[in-house]
Design a protein around this ligand. Structure first.
Ligand code: IP8
Length: 250
């Protein structure tokens, strides 16, 4: 079984404290991964939380608004590398053969925003028994300098590259929520949930749940969106939270 797991930045960091890891939450996530890493091939991707987003806001950088300021690039990428080092270290301490992979060093966007992400490094590391740990980052962007590359975009690129059987998105909410705040059990088409998710978000692949759902529907592997408490269940092969059925090219 090959699994791509995204740990949301707001799950593993303290959102309102710049560059502060939520040690208890990270430790819980790491314990769950350490137990399941024995049997599965796992690629971990983590988001920015109070590391990347804090600096990205300071320099006005987003997935579409870039910067040519080298100080800004170093600040944002450097913060993400520090968070990545903390995640890799925690996994290592738990006995997981985790190794860092930094997307900024390899990926690029063309002038239309199209992402090119070499993945041979990740597939090879996985084949050699490592647990590659990638992170939301900056990416060289033709015509824009450097823009944000979100962990969600990485998940969507990586899942087909590693032939993932399952994709997990561990976020602070317990799934994709309906209008009335109930977790939607299963999503098969975007149309079925568009009104609940809000059309305005639908065009931004990395912003908001609508963009996330749209991108995950395009994968052939099922993707599950769930809260931190459900991570052990997901890694045990259960289906907590919302299952986004793969195969919808919409
Ligand atoms: O939290 C963002 O990654 P995300 C990374 O997955 C940066 O959107 C650099 C802000």
């Amino acid at each position: 079984m090959t699994v791509v797991l995204k740990l949301g930045g707001s799950v593993i960091t303290q959102k309102d404290e710049p560059e502060t890891v939520d040690r208890a939450a990270l430790s819980d996530a790491v314990s769950a991964i350490a137990e399941s890493a024995v049997g599965d091939d796992i690629v971990v991707v983590h988001g920015g939380g109070s590391f990347g987003h804090h600096h990205a806001a300071e320099y006005g950088v987003s997935t579409t608004e870039g910067t040519h300021d080298g100080d800004g690039v170093r600040a944002i990428h450097g913060a993400m590398c520090r968070l990545n080092a903390a995640v890799v270290e925690a996994l290592t301490d738990a006995g997981v053969p985790a190794v860092p992979v930094h997307p900024f060093s390899a990926a690029a966007r063309d002038a239309d925003g199209g992402l090119s992400l070499p993945t041979a490094q990740v597939t090879t590391l996985l084949g050699e028994g490592f647990v590659p740990v990638l992170h939301g980052d900056l990416v060289a962007h033709a015509g824009a300098g450097a823009t944000v590359l979100s962990g969600d975009e990485l998940v969507v690129e990586l899942a087909p590259a590693v032939n993932a059987d399952r994709v997990g998105v561990c976020s602070t909410v317990s799934g994709v929520l309906d209008d009335d705040g109930t977790v939607i059990d299963r999503i098969e088409t975007f149309e079925a949930v568009a009104s609940a998710l809000g059309e305005s978000e639908a065009t931004d692949v990395s912003g908001g749940m609508a963009g996330k759902v749209r991108a995950l529907l395009a994968l052939s592997a099922p993707a599950l969106v769930f809260g931190p408490d459900a991570l052990p269940a997901f890694l045990a092969g259960e289906s907590p939270g919302t299952t986004i059925a793969g195969g919808d090219a919409d």
